[in-house]
Design a protein. Structure first.
Length: 373
């Protein structure tokens, strides 16, 4: 089987690969890919000690799965390094601290993330062509041998952009009390829709639901129905996803946006957090724009969606002051109609920005061997 590597996840010692073929997205798994790091033992005694290391952390015993010597090179000189395999990536941290502090041994490759190591060893990179050999069981393709990179024409990726509007009578939205009032969606297959629970104002792109809970459920349904490969928005890491997650939690809704029915997962990334959606590549366009601004490729006074959209496309989108949202929602009439058009404009602008920026960042991801998340 051949396809296009969209996304990769780790689950203990199992690597999960989402591969887009000509007619579907396949979940392929490679089991027993154990994390490891290296130490330089000085004596036979050091090697024996490494084999017997045992720590207890949070009631769990942590020890190496195996330790064996490998011939490596350090600064061009051959050395005998101890390869220390562990059960979980998280086990590396306590073990390496003990080995460093108690045994005073030099350590290497302890800070290499599992998926990064996997890509290096398998010769893969994000969005590359891969050949898979294995068998499919219960909807999962179990690999019988490691995947290998192959040259394939790039497929057409389905991109879905979304944006939320939040009721904000107090100014800044309060996630515990202020509901999401609109969710707009636009994708490369032609979808243009605003979900809300007040009224359509005669606009054919508006779908009215019974309430916020029903709107969230419909949003999930549409994402799963449209099945995007890439999910985008503007400032979704810092606002849209955290707000949606909390509102869904308060309303008892599972935000099952992942291809396998999982919920979005927030992960720390330097000084902020990044949201991952399993089986789909989530891209916060604001993070991309921020990167371009840091490199000097874009120079603006304000980096709002509207300003960036105008700068990159030469077009303008419907605008509405932040302070007018609650008033438009409460008052109805023409202001409410403008709010709906503004919401739709945000998703449409995000989609067009994605189409402008993603080719550059996809190539960058390939060059550096890192995924977009």
């Amino acid at each position: 089987m051949r396809g296009y590597l969209l996304d990769a996840w780790e689950e203990g010692s199992t690597v999960r690969l989402f591969v887009k073929t000509h007619d579907r997205v396949v979940l392929a798994v490679e089991e027993n890919f154990l994390p490891y790091f290296y130490a330089l033992p000085s004596t036979e005694k050091d090697l024996k000690t490494l084999e017997r290391v045992e720590l207890t952390e949070k009631g769990r015993i942590i020890r190496p799965v195996s330790v064996h010597l490998e011939r490596k090179k350090l600064k061009g000189e051959p050395v005998e390094a101890a390869k220390i395999l562990v059960e979980k990536q998280a086990d590396i941290e306590p073990l390496r601290h003990f080995i460093r502090d108690a045994m005073k041994l030099p350590l290497f490759e302890y800070d290499l993330p599992l998926l990064r190591r996997y890509f290096i060893l398998r010769g893969l990179w994000p969005f590359c062509g891969v050949e898979l050999k294995g068998k499919e069981e219960a909807g999962i393709f179990k690999l019988l041998s490691p995947p290998r990179p192959v040259d394939l024409p790039e497929p057409e990726l389905n991109i879905l952009a979304f944006d939320i509007e939040v009721y904000n009578p107090a100014g800044s939205p309060r996630v515990e009390v202020d509901p999401v009032i609109m969710i707009s969606l636009a994708d490369t297959k032609g979808l243009r829709k605003v979900l809300t629970w007040k009224g359509s104002a005669g606009l054919d792109f508006v779908e009215e639901l019974g309430g916020e809970k029903e709107m969230l459920a419909r949003f999930i349904e549409l994402v799963r129905e449209r099945d995007p490969d890439i999910l985008v928005g503007y400032n979704t890491d810092l606002f849209d996803f955290p707000y949606l997650r909390r509102r869904a939690e308060l309303l008892g809704v599972k935000l099952t946006l992942g291809r396998e029915g999982s919920e979005p997962l927030a992960r720390r990334r330097r000084f902020a957090s990044a949201t991952r959606v399993e089986g789909r590549v989530h891209c916060d366009l604001y993070a991309m724009v921020n990167f371009l601004a840091l490199t000097g490729a874009i120079r603006l006074i304000h980096y709002t969606l509207g300003e960036v959209y105008k700068y990159l496309t030469g077009k303008e989108k419907p605008e509405l002051e932040f302070t007018e949202i609650a008033e438009a929602w409460d008052g109805g009439g023409e202001k409410y109609r403008k709010l709906l058009e503004y919401s739709m404009g945000d998703a449409q602008a995000a989609l067009e920005l994605a189409q402008e920026l993603l080719p550059l960042f996809l190539q960058l991801a390939k060059v550096i061997g890192q995924s977009l998340f």
